[in-house]
Design a protein around this ligand. Structure first.
Ligand SMILES: *Cc1c(COP(=O)(O)O)cnc(C)c1O
Length: 322
């Protein structure tokens, strides 16, 4: 049973046209050291170099580009303390659409400032006594704003799928692909692109071990809800997959794997020391899982999505110091 609002590869092609000239076509990096370690040829799609520092710009810009005149005038509303907030605020600014972002009162001042810096109107709430989804729905209803969720939306998924489309068009067919997994927008979009462009490719989603709801859902066949997991991978602290994302993931993905916080820190250190790039903890999930697999990847062509680079520098140093 396919969800009627489920996107297809044709929607990813259309999204690629909409974001062309607005999103960066991010570089694909390679490392001889990694190839030797895994006995494979590894291609890193570096979304840490995307505008606002993560792939989320792709989905947000694609979704907002599809607004009609009335939606543009009333504006967009989103709730997020992370990369989705900044992606919506920046995309809205570029398209001349007013944006309201609902963020927790105690969100890091730096993140609130970044969202305001992109022109977003920030509304704060108390995360212990108020429900952000309800505030979002109320604002949407009262002011006619359109709510854009971080992952469970066809235009968001289609936009996220453009990164792996670019990757495979640039480097050719892959034998295996590793993608970070939170709510599943990136994995669902990536899997649609990989299935269309490189049908034999094995596709793996990768979650933090402490929050393996996606793995449980994938293996049990229905969406599993968990409490907010304790992990340094703050972009993957989701409590459950979405209905649309899960429907695509169960049809297209080969397995969901996990990585520990220690493995993520090892990858952050490797990326910084050997490849000279700053990757946030969540962005290391794909590489961490590929490194666990060694022998299975021998002689293979492997894609790894590096999803983002937004980590506070003081925090980055603290994590690497231990
Ligand atoms: C949001 C995010 C993810 C997870 O993406 P989903 O579409 O929610 O699965 C992974 N990495 C980074 C850097 C993110 O911002």
């Amino acid at each position: 049973m396919t969800n009627p609002s489920s996107p297809t590869f044709a929607d990813i092609i259309a999204a690629a046209q909409r974001i062309d000239g607005h999103a960066h076509r991010t570089p694909v990096l390679t490392s001889k050291t990694v190839d030797e370690e895994l006995g494979a040829t590894v291609f890193f799609k570096c979304e840490n170099f995307q505008r606002m520092g993560a792939f989320k710009f792709r989905g947000a810009f694609n979704a907002l580009s599809r607004f009609d005149a009335q939606q543009r005038q009333a504006g967009v509303v989103a709730f997020s303390s992370g990369n989705h907030a900044q992606a919506i605020a920046l995309s809205a600014k570029l398209l001349g659409i007013p944006a309201t972002i609902i963020m927790p009162q105690d969100a890091p001042a730096m993140k609130i400032a970044a969202t305001k810096g992109y022109g977003g109107n920030v509304v704060t709430y108390d995360r212990y006594t108020e429900d952000r989804e309800e505030i979002g729905r109320r604002l949407a209803q009262q002011h006619g704003m359109t709510l854009i969720p971080p992952y469970d939306h066809p235009d968001v998924i289609a936009g996220q799928g453009t990164a792996v489309k670019e990757l495979i068009e640039e480097v050719g067919a892959l034998d295996a692909l590793f993608v970070c997994l939170g709510g599943g927008g990136l994995l669902a979009g990536s899997a649609l692109s990989a299935r269309a462009l490189s049908p034999e490719c094995k596709i793996y989603g990768v979650e933090p071990l402490a929050g393996n709801d996606g793995q449980q859902s994938f293996r049990s066949g229905s969406i599993v809800h968990i409490d907010t997991p304790k992990t340094i991978a703050d972009g993957a602290q989701t409590q459950h997959l979405g209905n649309i994302t899960f429907d695509i993931i169960r049809r297209t993905v080969d397995d969901v794997l996990t990585a520990t916080d220690e493995e993520l820190i090892d990858c952050m250190r490797f990326f910084a020391a050997r490849m000279k790039i700053i990757v946030e903890p969540t962005g290391c999930l794909g590489f961490a899982a590929a490194r666990q697999m060694k022998t299975e990847l021998r002689g293979k062509r492997v894609g790894v999505v590096v999803s983002g680079g937004n980590v506070d520098i003081a925090r980055f140093c603290e994590l690497l110091a231990n």
